[in-house]
Design a protein around this ligand. Structure first.
Ligand SMILES: [Zn+2]
Length: 435
C-alpha cells in the first residue's frame, strides 16, 4: 500500500529502493565511480548556487570536475555547525529546489542548527533508511514499536493528524517517554508490545537495556516473539547488546544517524561493523586508516543546503576487508562517541567513552553513572548507588581510572540522579571537547 501511495504522489522512493537493492552488492570500483559522479553533480550545483562554494572555487582556481576526477575530497574545506550558524545564507542554495523545507537539530548540546532539505534528498534518506531497517529484518509490512523520547513541543492538530496517519500506514506504534524509562514507561512499553504484536522494536540502547533488564527480572517475554531490536541515537555498548538479546530474545542491530543526515550506517545480519549508506553519504574519518578520528559527512543529495565535509562531532574508525554478508558497502567499526564526550589527559591522550561502561558494569551497586571532566587534571565520577560501595570497591575504581588517565585526579561523587538531555539521552561522559 505504501509504495503505491508514493508513486501516486510522484515520489521516487520505490525507484531508489530498487536501485539500492542492487548497488549494495556492486563491485566496489563500480560503486565508487557512481558516487564520484554524484559528487560532481552536487559540486557543480554548489559552485553556481551556494555563495560559500562559489567564492572558494573562484579563489582556488579548481573546478568541481577536477575534485571528482581525483576522487579526493581533501582539498575542499571542512565546514562546521558554527560556520553555518554564523552565516546561514552563505551555505544555502540561492534558489533551492521546489518544495525544500527547513529542519533543525534538537540543540540539546548547545544552539540548534537550522538547515534546508530538498524533497529528492528526503526520498534518498527514506530509501536508505528502509534498506538499513530491512537488513535487520524490519521490512515493509512488518510491525514496529518505537520506544523513543517524545516531541519537545506539542504538534499542531494538523501535523499530529498527518503523523498519526503516516504511522498507521507504516505499521508503526510509538511509546513516547521524556526521560529515562521509569516503571510506568516500562509497563506502557510492555503493554504496547503485547497488544500491538510488533516484529521489531526501535529504541535508544539505554531504553532497550532498561526494558530488557525489567523483562528478565519479571520473567516477561513479548507475547509474539520479536524479530529484532534496532537501536539508534546512542552507541550500543557490548554489555547492552548482550542484555537486550537475552532479555528480549532476539538479535540487536545498531544504527548510526543524525538529524542532519538521517541514517548514515547500520548493521547487517553479520553484526560486524556498520555498513555506510554509501549511495547517499560519503563519510571520511579524519585520522590515519584504522585509527579513531572525527567523522566528516558529505551528503550527496541535499541540493537545498549542500553539506560537504561537515564535521558533526562524532568519533569513528574504519573496518577493513569484505563483510561475510557479501555487501560491498564500506563499514565503520563503530561510532565511538562524541568528541565532546571524550576524556583527555594533560599529555594530550584521549580516552573514548568505551572505557567507563566497561569498568563500571561489574558493580551491581551502581545503578547509573556519569563522568565529568571539569579540568584537564581532574575527573568526577558521579554515581547513583543502589547501596554504598565498599572502601575496596571505591579504591579499585579510582586506581583503574588513574591508570588509564595518567596525571588526572579522579574522585567519586554519589548523586541522587543523573540528568538527561531534553531529548532523553544520557550523556555518559561530559568532556572538555576541543577547547
Ligand atoms: Zn555485512
Amino acid at each position: 500500500m505504501q509504495p503505491a501511495l508514493e508513486r501516486a504522489k510522484g515520489k521516487a522512493t520505490p525507484v531508489i529502493e530498487q536501485f539500492l537493492a542492487e548497488t549494495q552488492t556492486w563491485e566496489p570500483e563500480r560503486l565508487e565511480a557512481w558516487r564520484w559522479g554524484e559528487l560532481n553533480k552536487l559540486l557543480s550545483w554548489a559552485v553556481v548556487q551556494v555563495p560559500f562554494y562559489r567564492r572558494w572555487f573562484q579563489e582556488k582556481g579548481v573546478t568541481p570536475q577536477e575534485i571528482a576526477a581525483a576522487r579526493d575530497l581533501g582539498p575542499l574545506p571542512i565546514i562546521t555547525k558554527q560556520m553555518i550558524q554564523a552565516a546561514p545564507e552563505d551555505f544555502r542554495a540561492a534558489a533551492p529546489p521546489e518544495g525544500s523545507y527547513a529542519k533543525s537539530t534538537g540543540g540539546t548540546l548547545g544552539q540548534p542548527l537550522h538547515f534546508l532539505v530538498n524533497p529528492m534528498s528526503d526520498q534518498w534518506r527514506m530509501a536508505v533508511s528502509r534498506r538499513g531497517y530491512a537488513w535487520a529484518g524490519c521490512v515493509p509490512g512488518r510491525k514496529q514499536v518505537h520506544l523513543w523520547s517524545g516531541d519537545l513541543a506539542p504538534l499542531s492538530w494538523k501535523a499530529g493528524l498527518k503523523r498519526g496517519l503516516h504511522r498507521l500506514l507504516q505499521s508503526q506504534r510509538f511509546v513516547d517517554y521524556y526521560r529515562m524509562l521509569g516503571p510506568k514507561e516500562v509497563r506502557a512499553a510492555m503493554e504496547a508490545i503485547d497488544s500491538f504484536g510488533p516484529d521489531c522494536l526501535v529504541a535508544y540502547p539505554s531504553g532497550a537495556e532498561t526494558l530488557a533488564r525489567q523483562a528478565l527480572e519479571m520473567g516477561w517475554r513479548p507475547r509474539k516473539p520479536l524479530v529484532s531490536v534496532l537501536t539508534g541515537a546512542e552507541r550500543l555498548l557490548p554489555h547492552q547488546r548482550q542484555l537486550i538479546e537475552q532479555g528480549l530474545g532476539c538479535p540487536a542491530f545498531e544504527t548510526y544517524g543524525s538529524r542532519e543526515f538521517m541514517l548514515m550506517a547500520s548493521e547487517c545480519p553479520a553484526h560486524q561493523g556498520l555498513h555506510v549508506s554509501a549511495e547517499n553519504v560519503i563519510l571520511e574519518v579524519d585520522a590515519p586508516r584504522g585509527q579513531v578520528g572525527e567523522l566528516l559527512v558529505t551528503d550527496l543529495h541535499n541540493y537545498a543546503q549542500p553539506f560537504i565535509r561537515y564535521r558533526g562531532g562524532d568519533l569513528a574508525s574504519w573496518l577493513e576487508g569484505p563483510c561475510p554478508c557479501g555487501r560491498s558497502l564500506p563499514r565503520l567499526a563503530g561510532v565511538e562517541g562524541r568528541v565532546m564526550d571524550a576524556i583527555r589527559t594533560p599529555d594530550g591522550g584521549r580516552l573514548t567513552g568505551l572505557f567507563f561502561p566497561h569498568l563500571l558494569k561489574d558493580y551491581p551497586a551502581i545503578a547509573q553513572y556519569q563522568i565529568v571532566q571539569p579540568s584537564l587534571d581532574s575527573l568526577v565520577v558521579r554515581l547513583v548507588l543502589r547501596e554504598a560501595l565498599t572502601a575496596e570497591q571505591e579504591q579499585a575504581i579510582l586506581s583503574a581510572v588513574q591508570k588509564a588517565l595518567p596525571g588526572v585526579r579522579p574522585r567519586i561523587e554519589p548523586v541522587e540522579e543523573i540528568e538527561t538531555t531534553p531529548s532523553g539521552k544520557v550523556r555518559i561522559t561530559i568532556g572538555l571537547g576541543n577547547t
